[in-house]
Design a protein around this ligand. Structure first.
Ligand code: ZN
Length: 416
């Protein structure tokens, strides 16, 4: 039962049964226990307001033709009691559970699109602005637009610098992990190295089962830290320097709280084909660069039950629009660092021909901090695994990062 629609129904008992079914459907779909339930949906002129009893992961909206409707996908949300709302272009509202959250559908009396949306400061309300449009505009929107809205970073309490809030849900302040130590010259920019996986999450395994991704990533991360510190060009902190589990948001959350200028998450790839080998680097995009990138994102995001963005059923022709210009600039900076890393890594370590790829990776979602995910090689390939498990191999990986980091900051300094 992927879509258990709840619609406004007159009989009281059937309402509660439907709501219970919807709750159950959401629960079975793996929605975390704290997920916000949709409490209320209101239509007032061109504004649609959704209220939740707790924060939700994210929201995206897109339009569908024949019949005309607007779908709002809410990551980490649970459908609530049926809402009887209409007005303006909206003639009715339905809601149902879907994988990882809820979908609200606005049935339209006339063509309209979502032009804007924002979460309230506490992440518990989402207000969307609709605009009535002509048939041609609607048809165009139906084929291409998916707008994404993210709740604000509450626990960081940063100064409100942006016109839009684009950020991800994070645990409340009490749960924020302690900040790690920073090493190096205080006048230098800070690079945060994130060793992927850890604790109860081993990541992928080598073919003979003796190597775990979480151990290799930590060894490689430490080699990179040492190499960067030896260069004297940057300060370095690590999200973890022992075998512990961190949720994905905490990984970039730590880096943001420290004010990092660059975030590097270290992983090892894995594939069914044991011959697949070579390093790749990923930067953030809502649309994966290819099928393999989408699969990788699905795998890496699974480390975190709070994973909010579901690329699974986003059709390839739906491109998304990230509304925050800061995030756009951050993505550009991340991509240029990824290209630099490719240039420096290719002579030193085995790399894939298509080195720089893009995917919707949760760990890269800080809106204002350039971030990359470095798949340093395939743990599923014995040669790559042995390379990464050797001191000499790790030193080569570290050298490629050090070279790229040095050029990256030198260029940025010069540009200032
Ligand atoms: Zn991984």
């Amino acid at each position: 039962m992927r879509f258990g629609w709840t619609v406004a129904a007159p009989a009281r008992h059937s309402v509660s049964v439907l709501a219970l079914l919807a709750l159950l459907a959401g629960w079975l779909a793996g929605v975390p226990a704290w997920a916000g339930t949709i409490r209320d949906i209101r239509v007032s002129g061109n504004a649609i307001t959704l209220r939740f009893d707790d924060s939700v992961a994210d929201a995206s909206a897109f339009v569908l033709d024949a019949p005309r409707r607007i779908a709002i996908d809410l990551g980490g949300a649970v459908p609530g009691p049926p809402a009887r709302a209409s007005g303006g272009a909206v003639e009715g509202v339905r809601q149902g559970a879907r994988d990882g959250g809820a979908r609200v559908v606005l049935d339209l009396a006339r063509p309209a699109i979502v032009t804007e949306g924002r979460f309230g400061d506490d992440g518990r309300t989402l207000t969307l602005a609709l605009r009535t449009v002509d048939d041609a505009t609607f048809a165009r929107a139906a084929s291409e637009r998916r707008l994404q809205f993210l709740p604000p970073f509450n626990y960081l309490a940063p100064p409100a610098r942006h016109a839009y809030s684009v950020a991800m849900p994070v645990p409340p302040p009490a749960k924020a992990p302690p900040l790690p130590d920073i090493s190096g010259d205080p006048s230098r920019p800070l690079v945060v190295i994130d060793a992927g996986h850890g604790g109860h999450d081993p990541g992928a395994l080598s073919p003979d089962g003796t190597l775990r991704e979480k151990d290799l990533t930590l060894k490689v991360a430490k080699a990179i830290r040492d190499e960067l510190l030896a260069s004297g060009r940057v300060r370095v902190a690590m999200t973890r320097d022992d075998d512990r589990f961190l949720i994905l948001q905490d990984r970039y959350g730590i880096a943001r709280r420290l004010g990092a200028s660059l975030f590097i998450s270290i992983h090892c790839d894995s594939a069914g084909n044991p011959d697949a080998s070579g390093a790749t680097v990923y930067t953030l995009s809502e649309v994966a660069s290819d099928k393999e990138a989408a699969r990788l994102a699905a795998r890496e995001n699974k480390a975190d039950v709070l994973a909010g963005v579901d690329l699974g059923d986003a059709s390839p022709d739906i491109s998304s629009i990230l509304i925050d210009l800061t995030q756009r600039e951050t993505m550009n900076t991340s991509a240029s660092f990824a290209r630099l890393l490719g240039r420096e890594a290719k002579p030193l370590i085995p790399t894939k021909a298509a080195f720089h790829r893009m995917a919707s990776l949760m760990v890269l979602k800080a809106p204002d901090m350039p971030s990359i995910l470095f798949e340093t090689g395939y743990i599923s390939n014995q040669r790559d695994a042995d390379f990464l498990n050797s001191r000499a191999g790790r030193e080569k990986v570290a050298e490629s990062v050090r070279r790229a980091v040095t050029v990256h900051f030198a260029t940025r300094m010069a540009a200032r």
